[in-house]
Design a protein around this ligand. Structure first.
Ligand code: NAP
Ligand code: GDP
Length: 311
């Protein structure tokens, strides 16, 4: 039987690397798009390359979501059965600092892919768009969302993803492209980028465990998130493209926790005794040492608050 072919943008990221492993185990031929960087950016997929290079099932190509020609040429050459558009400037906080770039990559990048499928008349190519719970913006009073909830994003990242969401829906309806939006809530793993809050905290606490003297600076620790595992969520991305008809799906665990609760959980796991003092910007967290003395562990820094920080 002919092997299925997948093309993944964002293969060097958290989800891209897990999805590549998942699809290779399903006997796909996997092509990934990596962007040109002045330093190494393939550490999440280097092990895959080593394992699958000989079997000719895994390929990496240079390309960029802001470069239509590179995307068009790759889609034309590979003619994938499935395209997973996971590439993005994916950091909400950073999107306030680089809003135009974020719109180009995270918004218009999606259009570039869809236009390639349309122009090349690839009737059998299915398209997955990495949408996000950031589309919902402010949480409503009941804090429950569905595929029918209002979409009111509160960041340049969310607004860019909203464009991608609608253009994906539009190309499905207007041109009959099999295209799905996966509206995923946060998902984490040891491969999560180090500037996202879960990794920032766990890496800091791991270093502290081994004697580091650093103090962690955080933003809004009352913000709540629904955190799932990336490995589970990439399987659902694939499942969406295996359905008979394309549509959009919300993926979440259904439980949310605050950043503070996440810290408490991690400290408990490491058997760190901690105490919280103060409130708002003056909140501090202290580590109680075995001799009873206190060491400052975490403090709040306004710098890590977002212009619209939702708690
Ligand atoms: P990630 O680890 O930040 O990976 C993003 C990927 O996009 C990286 O491979 C990155 O390449 C690539 N990329 C960035 N700019 C690009 C450009 N101009 N052209 C081509 N590729 C570019 O993100 P993730 O956590 O795996 O998330 C995957 C997707 O799901 C993203 O679209 C994200 O916005 C979305 N999403 C994520 C979550 C979550 O909680 N993780 C939730 C909802 C939606 P480099 O490695 O070179 O930087
Ligand atoms: P996001 O949900 O995609 O923005 O994922 P993040 O991991 O970046 O942020 C999750 C939540 O943690 C957001 O509400 C942030 O405001 C909050 N947060 C609090 N302090 C920090 C911090 O120092 N860094 C980051 N990245 N987020 C923080």
């Amino acid at each position: 039987m002919k092997k299925k072919i997948a093309l993944i943008s964002g293969i060097t990221g958290q989800d891209g690397s897990y999805l590549a492993e998942f699809l290779l185990k399903k006997n796909y031929i996997v092509h990934g798009i990596k962007r040109k960087s002045s330093s190494f950016n393939t550490e999440r997929v280097d092990h895959i390359y080593e394992n699958y290079q000989k079997s000719k099932n895994f390929y990496l190509h240079y390309g960029d979501l802001i470069d239509s020609n590179s995307l068009f040429n790759l889609v034309h050459k590979i003619k994938p059965d499935e395209i997973y558009n996971l590439g993005a400037q994916s950091h909400v906080g950073h999107s306030f600092e680089i809003p135009e770039y974020t719109s180009e990559v995270t918004g218009i990048g999606t259009l570039r892919f869809l236009e390639a499928i349309r122009f090349l008349n690839l009737k059998k190519t299915k398209f997955y768009q990495a949408s996000t719970s950031e589309l919902f913006g402010q949480k409503d009073k009941r804090n429950v969302f569905s595929e029918r909830s209002n979409l009111v994003p509160k960041s340049p990242y969310g607004v860019s993803k909203l464009y991608s969401y609608w253009i994906t829906k539009l190309y499905r309806e207007a041109y009959g492209i099999f295209a799905c939006n996966g509206i995923l809530f946060n998902h984490e793993s040891p491969r999560r980028g180090e500037t996202f809050v879960t990794r920032k905290i766990t890496m800091f606490l791991a270093k502290k465990y081994f004697g580091s003297k650093e103090v962690l600076k955080l933003g809004n620790i009352n913000a709540k998130r629904d955190w799932g595992h990336a490995k589970d969520y990439v399987e659902l991305q694939w499942k969406m493209l295996q359905k008979k008809t394309p549509t959009d799906y919300v993926i979440a665990t259904g439980k949310s926790y605050s950043v503070k609760e996440f810290i408490n959980f991690c400290c408990n796991y490491l058997k760190f005794k901690i105490i919280w003092k103060g409130s708002g910007l003056n909140t501090k967290c202290f580590l109680i040492k075995s001799d009873g003395s206190k060491e400052l562990l975490i403090k709040i820094d306004k710098k890590y608050y977002r212009p619209v920080d939702i708690d």
